[in-house]
Structure formats: structure tokens, C-alpha cells
Ligand binder design. Sequence first.
Ligand code: NAD
Length: 312
Amino acid sequence: MLAVTGGAGFIGSHVAELALSRGERVIVVDDLSSGGPTNVPRGAQLVVADITRPEQLNRVLELARGEEVAIAHLAAVASVVEASRFPARALEVNVVGTANVLELARRLDAYFALASSAAVYGEPSELPLKESSPTRPISLYGVSKLAAEHVTFSLAAEHGIRASALRLFNVYGPRMKPGPYASVVYNFLTAALRCEAPVIYGDGSATRDFVFVVDVAEAFLRAAERRATGVFNVGTGRETSVTELLDLVSRVTGVRLEPRRAPPRPGDIGRSVADVRLAREALGWSPSVSLEEGLRRTYEWLRTLTPSTRTC
Ligand code: NAD
């Protein structure tokens, strides 16, 4: 049985969906603060609970007792901007909440996989980023994720819990989040859909490692199947610049995008790409969806939400 915290959110809902498609029983634990009940896949059992309130997790204990359980822990304040606006709450959810979910893992004798982030690295001192690369987060969000990793491994050692932390790079795909600070993938695809000019901050040479959400979900399931322990990068190992991404989005959507230029945003890092050898070896996992194919699938999803009436 798989319990997915944050399973009403973008990535967690895909973890739940993939596990259900393989015949697993799934419990979703979510307070619906940023996720929505419509994201919870049919067949999953939803427990509305706030992970900062341990007593609210007792229901999961009742539902899962006696079964072999794995926990994919994705519930978090997942936005860099929101975390710096509400630092106390971000630390409470991302760090204290993680300790509470680990206590649940202890009581259920469950495997535990934490959704960590490439934000723990900060500005890279070497590329590609290895799990052993220095961790110097430059945002409160990154600090909270690094603290969550430390909490995970210290409590896991203390209580004999098998645990891993998956450092997710730039995840994109259906059900990704809109809003003023949405990911560059979302912004470029919606610009194409609306025939608008997307904004490029800086000269477009910044790079990211874009990984498709279903591949990320697969990494969680592999970690759980193998009861893998340790820290694993979850990216593609492929570095894509913002300018290359724009060209790819133009090709996939058939809309020639002419960007507007804006100054670089403070706090944005220059380059990022993962070394994914450890995940390949220990999880038997590798990404299977190319960026072009992933963009196509994400664009199809966006079009179902906002049927385009304009042509450009
Ligand atoms: P999301 O906001 O869509 O999902 C987070 C979910 O957690 C939401 O459904 C929300 O309602 C729930 N949640 C928040 N606070 C909670 C609480 N106190 N109790 C219970 N549930 C709570 O975000 P996402 O993009 O799907 O991110 C999922 C995880 O992956 C997060 O841990 C995030 O830090 C991590 N991550 C995401 C990315 C990315 O590119 N999206 C990259 C690296 C790491």
C-alpha cells in the first residue's frame, strides 16, 4: 500500500495515479491548501489532513495498519516565492511536517521517500550536480528542503526506518501550476496558446534540467519497490537553455514565439543539470520521456483546459 502525502497536488497526483494503474492500494493525505480534490485520481482514498497536526494523521494509521506500507512524502509549501513570503509556515510544513510524517512511518513500520529539490544545491559549484556536490541553498525554500533531508535521515537512523530523499529538478507536465510565478515551461506553453509574447528574464542562456512528471512518479515507485536508501537526483542529465526551450515550444506548438526581454530576476541561478547515475544504479530508473514529447503532452493537456479561439 502506498500513502502519498501531497497527493492532491501536481506531482503527488501522478505518483498516486501510477501506483493505482499498477494495482496498488493508495491513500492520499492532503490538506487541500494548494492541491485540489479533482487532482486525486479515482480509486485513491483521500484523507484530508494537515501534516503539521500529528493527531490528524491518526486516520492514516487506522486505514493502513496491518499492511506493508510505503510513504511518498510530497506535501509541502512547494513554491519558492510563497516560502520566502511565509517563512515560518514553510518551515513548519516542510520541516516539522516531515518529522510528523516520519513518526507515521515509524508507527507503520513503513518505507519513506521524501520529495526533496535541486534547490538544496543553490548556485552550483560544479556541473553536472552530483548528490555529493556542496549544498548551499540560496532560498528559504531550499533551506527548508535541506533541513527536511537532515530530519529524514536523522530520524530514520534513530528509529530504523528505511528512507530516501529524491532531489527533483525542474518538473513539468499535466496538472502543473499556473500563477504569476509558474514555471518557464508553463509560461511558454500558455503564451503559445494565447498568441502572446513570452518573457525571457536575462539573456536566455540560463539552463535547467526539465524532467517529465510521469518519469518523476516512476522514480518514487522504484524507490518504494526497492526500499532504496540515500539521496538521489531525479532529472534527465540533459541541460536545456531557456532559448532552446523556447525554440522547442515553438516547434511543438507550431506558434513562432518572439520573446519580450526583461532583466534577470534576483535569486535565479545560472545553470543547472543533474548527474543521474546514482538513480540509474540504485533505483534502476531512467527518464523515458524526451523534452519534446513531454512538452507535446503538456500542451495537449493545457489545450483541454483553455480551448484556443485565436489563431496566430
Ligand atoms: P503542489 O503544491 O502541487 O503539491 C503540494 C501538495 O501538498 C498540495 O496538494 C498541497 O495541498 C499539499 N500540502 C501543502 N501543505 C500541506 C499540509 N500542511 N498538510 C497536508 N498537505 C499539504 O507542489 P508540487 O509541485 O506537486 O510539489 C510536490 C513536492 O515536490 C513538494 O514537496 C515540492 O517541494 C517538491 N518539488 C517540486 C518540484 C517542481 O518542479 N514542481 C521540484 C522539486 C521539488
